[in-house]
Design a protein around this ligand. Structure first.
Ligand code: FAD
Length: 390
């Protein structure tokens, strides 16, 4: 066995967390190696052209959004942007509903035109006030009442998490806007756009801009660990896996994705159902809250990418509990899971030369902009700590 090669940082994971940290540390003059056990970069944000020629997000749709100009400025070094108003509908009771909840949703509910004032009065009558909502049921019922909660949130959330909303943190359902005007944009953040040529291209440019950075794909940490002698390890994989699951496996939810592609002729046959030429469904995402439908949502990402192509691809998402053969997509946002993670976090806090960052490294439901911010901060800290050793 050859002697391990000395480097400054071994970074496990080539997603937002790992590559942003790698770019910053390489530019600061450190020798960095990134390993990822998948055969591609970009982690869960990976995008690629499928057999029908459609740019898809194979690990689920990734809608970039942020309120932070600093994050936009940083990523804009590596990409231009395609602005998007992410739009969603919900399909229940045999029809498409305007979603997230807004005045048009209320009008559909009562079957006639209404004003914002009427909707506000209706909400005031129906909401069940809770001073500090402690879970996802309380956060929605206290804003819109039980009928709208049951219509759009309860069934969807149970399918997604296999837990009742009252057993999930308030943040899970509290992330969506509820509006009494006609604004039906899905998200609230001030900047909403996709990388103009996709996430994978953005990360290719990030790697190209990182002096001396080596990226090894199809490589697990367990194997690479013996070949590199690092000063510091940045680990963005699952923290329980790093510690051999010694306190038991942390709970994750995962997804099975079912892709289906359509030709221009097949899409034309859906005119009137899809409402838009060249598309299969009326908006980028349609939620299916009904318990008897086995998937949670259908995403047609072409609505968001704006790709100029005749074909289209839709993706149905079937949530399930994680097993060791699956990708651990979602840390479970519930008090018992947080308590199980706390035991690993205690161990991590005793590590001198290992940082845990990213969604899996910190076992927390973070969006891409938040993970970017976390990686920038960690790289700054590590640069200051090791600068004298350069
Ligand atoms: P990841 O992207 O998961 O990267 C971690 C990498 O580490 C993986 O590539 C993995 O292969 C690798 N790895 C793990 N263990 C090892 C090991 N032992 N050896 C080698 N490699 C290893 N965020 C948004 O902002 N907007 C969205 O719309 C959005 N939608 C999402 C939809 C889904 C279905 C999911 C699952 C997430 C979504 N996210 C979204 C969140 C987004 O994916 C994360 O914020 C982001 O990917 C986190 O980056 P990361 O680098 O921490 O993790």
């Amino acid at each position: 066995m050859p002697e391990p090669t000395a480097i400054d940082f071994l970074i496990v994971g080539a997603g937002f967390a790992g590559l942003v940290a790698a770019e910053r540390l390489s530019r600061a003059g450190f020798r960095c190696v990134v390993v990822d056990r998948r055969g591609h970069i970009a982690g869960n944000a990976y995008d690629a052209i499928d057999d029908a020629g459609v740019l898809v997000h194979p690990y689920g749709p990734h809608y970039f959004r942020t309120n932070s100009p600093r994050i936009v400025d940083y990523l804009s070094q590596f990409t231009g942007w395609h602005p998007v108003d992410y739009r969603v509908k919900s399909f229940t009771r045999g029809r498409y509903w305007s979603f997230p909840i807004n005045l048009a949703t209320f009008e559909q509910l009562i079957g006639r035109e209404a004003t914002s004032a009427e909707f506000e009065a209706w909400l005031a009558e129906h909401r069940e006030p809770v001073e500090t909502p402690a879970n996802s049921e309380e956060v929605i019922v206290s804003q819109v009442g039980r009928e709208l909660y049951e219509l759009f949130f309860e069934g969807y959330t149970i399918k997604q998490w296999n837990r009742h909303p009252r057993d999930l943190d308030a943040s899970v359902c509290g992330r969506l806007p509820i509006r009494t005007d006609r604004d039906d944009r899905y998200l609230k953040e001030s900047f909403q756009a996709l990388p103009a040529e996709g996430y994978t291209r953005m990360f290719e440019r990030m790697i190209a801009a990182s002096p001396g950075l080596e990226v090894e794909l199809g490589t697990d940490f367990r194997e690479a660990g013996g070949r590199w002698q690092w000063r510091h390890l940045v680990f963005t994989g699952p923290i329980d896996e790093y510690y051999g699951r010694r306190f038991g496996a942390l709970p994750y939810r995962t997804l099975r994705f079912e892709h289906e592609s359509f030709t221009a002729d097949e899409l034309a046959a859906r005119r009137g159902i899809s409402g838009k030429d060249g598309h299969w469904q009326p908006e980028m995402q349609v939620n299916y809250p009904d318990p008897e439908v086995p998937f949670t949502r259908i995403v047609e990402i072409k609505h968001a990418t704006g790709q100029d192509i005749d074909a289209s691809t839709i993706v149905r998402e079937y949530p399930k509990d994680w097993t060791p053969d699956d990708e651990p997509y979602y840390p479970v946002p519930a008090p018992d899971a947080a308590a199980a993670y706390a035991r690993y976090a205690e161990l991590a806090a005793t590590e001198e030369n290992v940082s845990f960052i990213g969604r899996l490294g910190t076992y927390r439901y973070y969006n891409m902009d938040q993970v970017t911010a976390m990686a920038l901060k960690e790289a700054e800290k590590l640069t200051a700590r090791y600068a004298s050793e350069l």
